[in-house]
Ligand binder design. Structure first.
Ligand code: ADP
Ligand code: MG
Length: 436
């Protein structure tokens, strides 16, 4: 947010306020306001006359401040100031910007694992062959798992191939739509969007609950789709869970490819950490990387943050980064989730055995069809949930060697993606482990 101008922040705020005000009220009190400045927690809103200033100050201050705080995550006081000069030029449908993609977010720098393999392949297909592979492409998954990275990578490659590409966040789309309506420039807004070869929309869930924006998006979508232009969309939620995403839009999504990015498994987290450390020109021992990979499981952005923290910490101390130092660096921000401390291999083995209706010694015992899968699941989960080394895992499970463990972990990680029954079972076991 810091980099955004007062006007941009104010436009986003107006977008929210528009939903909370009746139309006539919005027109009377808010329509002609502008974001003038934002400094030291003070946000100055320009209003057309003292009458409006007084009304907003007396009656709407707390709602407006609350909305601003919600958007910026900062403490904010609002000041209303009469301002008669013309509205500053706003980023709206009238201005055509050439997209700038972050050179950090390319296919090359994206680490592929079981959790994101399909999304990666689909994104690459779309970038190389727009309009002819999957249309639309819909990628969903939790926060910090690489959705924006992939969408930007598509744009980056398409642009390099001279394809007319437009990348916007759904938030930006909403703001442009609202401005288009307000400034009576809906035609320009439409033209801008329907003239491209490829439209990339990030975080589509943002438009849910904004019916007019949603409708405008549907129109844009239909026009592009019918003209065989490529559309790619990301979302934190699967399409079915986005409230109000219009039915007709939903059925269109199903004509393309809907793909999920899942949280990375341990090996993928490790591979990502290795790659990021290498990019930064830092070499870290395996046990240091493993420690970080164990500590952060759900979010790749946080994984990267932790890595940076460990690097900064050891630089500060001018010390060689050891696992011990890394643990110290991580202590206050990622307190050892009860996890690694209280989850022991035998807890995992007991829970897995129970779930497969075996005894722990049965699970560790002789090879047989029934016990093989249970044992592989146990290996996989001990690797995921504890800090045990491969050798330790082998020992816990009746003296298996380390290639057996690696093979099992890879196999289970891959099977989870195709076998829903197994995925459900493993999630249940994990829940059981964490409850104890
Ligand atoms: P999202 O949009 O899903 O919230 P981002 O695309 O912003 O997540 O990713 C968060 C961070 O993690 C970014 O710095 C991104 O480069 C990095 N990242 C995510 N997935 C991968 C991956 N598979 N390989 C390398 N970096 C990744
Ligand atoms: Mg994102």
């Amino acid at each position: 947010m810091a980099a955004k101008s007062a006007q941009e922040i104010w436009e986003a705020t107006l977008g929210e306020l528009q939903i909370q005000f009746s139309k006539p009220n919005y027109r009377t009190w808010l329509e002609k306001t502008v974001g003038l400045s934002y400094q030291d927690n003070q946000f100055v809103v320009g209003v057309p006359n003292t009458f409006v200033a007084e009304y907003l100050d007396k009656n709407q201050r707390s709602l407006i401040e609350k909305t601003l705080i919600g958007l910026t995550h900062r403490d904010i006081n609002v000041l209303f100031r009469v301002e008669t000069r013309q509205q500053p030029e706003t980023p709206s449908a009238t201005r055509r910007t050439t997209p700038r993609f972050n050179a950090k977010y390319t296919f090359d720098s994206f680490i592929v694992g079981n959790c994101n393999r399909l999304a990666y392949a689909a994104a690459l297909g779309v970038a190389e062959n727009p309009g002819h592979s999957y249309n639309p492409l819909f990628i969903y998954g939790g926060v910090g798992l690489g959705k924006t990275h992939l969408l930007q990578a598509i744009g980056y490659m398409a642009l390099a191939n001279n394809i007319q590409v437009l990348y916007v966040s759904a938030e930006q789309f909403t703001n442009e739509f609202i401005n288009g309506v307000r400034e009576r420039k809906t035609e320009e807004f439409r033209n801008k969007y329907r003239s491209v070869d490829m439209l990339l929309i990030d975080d589509i869930h943002f438009i849910s609950g904004k019916p007019q924006t949603e409708e405008s998006f549907c129109h844009t979508f239909n026009e592009l789709y019918n003209a065989n232009r490529q559309i790619a969309i990301t979302s934190d939620l699967p399409p079915k869970s986005i409230p109000l995403l219009e039915n007709r839009l939903y059925s269109r999504l199903e004509w393309g490819l809907i793909t999920e990015i899942q949280p990375p498994d341990f090996e993928t987290r490790l591979a990502i950490l290795r790659a990021k450390a290498e990019q930064k020109g830092v070499s870290l021992a395996s046990d240091v990387l493993e420690l970080i990979a164990h500590r952060i499981q759900q979010n790749i952005r946080e994984l990267e943050g932790m890595l940076n923290r460990v690097i900064a910490y050891t630089r500060l101390l001018r010390a060689v980064p050891t696992a011990e130092l890394a643990a110290q660096a991580l202590e206050d921000i990622a307190p050892k989730a009860a996890k690694s401390a209280s989850i022991t291999p035998s807890l995992v083995i007991d829970t897995v055995a129970n779930s497969f209706q075996l005894t722990p010694s049965g699970l560790k015992g002789k090879k047989s069809k029934e016990t093989n899968l249970a044992r592989q699941v146990a290996m996989y989960l001990i690797r995921e949930e504890t800090n045990c080394s491969l050798a330790q895992i082998g020992e816990e499970l009746g003296g298996r060697d380390h290639s057996t463990i690696t093979h099992a972990c890879k196999k289970i990680a891959a099977d989870i993606n195709t076998n829903h029954y197994l995925r459900r079972k493993i999630l249940d076991i994990q829940q059981g482990i964490h409850k104890k």
